[in-house]
Design a protein around this ligand. Structure first.
Ligand code: SAH
Length: 264
């Protein structure tokens, strides 16, 4: 297994690169790819930057040039439904490009010539991420987040949701826009700007992918207020601990599977 880990923003990934053993940096196509071991897992960390094209280029490069076998995207997102709150965690079940609209030639949201509106995320990776997120909330959350930040963002009992994530080349900060997307896309849990592009690349190249996001805002008029503070003081900690738990758990699964295969 070689795990590609993509984030859009520097702060979301800084801690992971610092935690890498024997890190080695390669620059390609204006991006820094960090190769090394993360909690015994062979990994490549990279910042995609923001938006679908940036994310698609990064995902394809991870596969074609760096030989990753699985892709994980970690980052922040706006809430896609009233039941989802700032500080909650969402894991993608599937992903849609909400700004794709070639109607009337193709149905709204369908990516032409793929026959798909929704691109699936890998079920097993998603289940492991749900477990990692739950362990994070149960064991790390209390200590990892400063009490002042918990109070500032009203984080008391964060929840985990699994569902549809919608991506588009827009920072959604308008109540009508998010309500319209929620109505048009049943099961929507979050909006962001990269996940569905990565899911399409992984689907077409036949690679399992997973997307996990911490909810940073409500995708309404207040979405940009305190956005960077949240990313630095809350989401960066979530991403670090969840990926750590995901890697530790994955390593255990790999060791178990290989000892079973060896008949031990
Ligand atoms: N202020 C940042 C820009 C962030 S763009 C800067 O100056 O660098 C928003 C990033 O967070 C994107 O990577 C996107 O995936 C995610 N995101 C968070 N909330 C979002 C929202 N309401 N709409 C769209 N993307 C959102």
């Amino acid at each position: 297994m070689r795990l590609g880990i993509i984030s859009a923003l520097y702060e979301e990934q800084q801690g992971l690169v610092e935690a890498m053993e024997r890190p080695y940096k390669l620059i390609h196509g204006e991006r820094e790819y960090w190769l090394g071991q993360l909690w015994e897992i062979d990994a490549v960390c990279v910042l995609s930057r923001i938006g679908k094209v940036a994310a698609a280029l990064t995902a394809a490069t991870l596969v074609e040039k760096f030989g990753v076998t699985h892709i994980l995207f970690t980052g922040v997102a706006g809430a896609g439904d009233k039941t989802v709150q700032v500080g909650d965690i969402v894991v993608a079940e599937s992903l849609v490009q909400h700004d794709m609209d070639a109607s009337p030639l193709f149905p709204r949201f369908e990516v032409p010539l793929t026959g798909l509106t929704h691109f699936p995320a890998d079920h097993r990776l998603g289940a492991r991420l749900m477990d990692a997120a739950q362990s994070f909330l149960d064991n790390d959350f209390e200590e990892a987040i400063d009490p002042l930040e918990k109070a500032a963002f009203h984080l008391s009992r964060p929840r985990i949701h699994r569902g549809l994530i919608a991506s588009g080349d827009q920072f959604v900060n308008d109540r009508e826009h998010i309500n319209g997307l929620n109505a048009a896309l049943p099961g929507l849990v979050a909006v962001e700007m990269e996940g569905a592009a990565v899911a399409q690349v992984c689907h077409e190249l036949g690679l399992p992918c997973a997307v996990i996001r911490t909810i940073s805002d409500n995708a309404n008029e207040n979405a940009a207020t305190d956005f960077m503070r949240f990313v630095k003081s809350v989401a960066a900690r979530y991403a670090f601990h969840i990926v750590r738990r995901f890697c530790l758990e994955t390593e255990e699964t790999i060791v178990q599977a290989s000892s079973e295969a060896a008949g031990v």
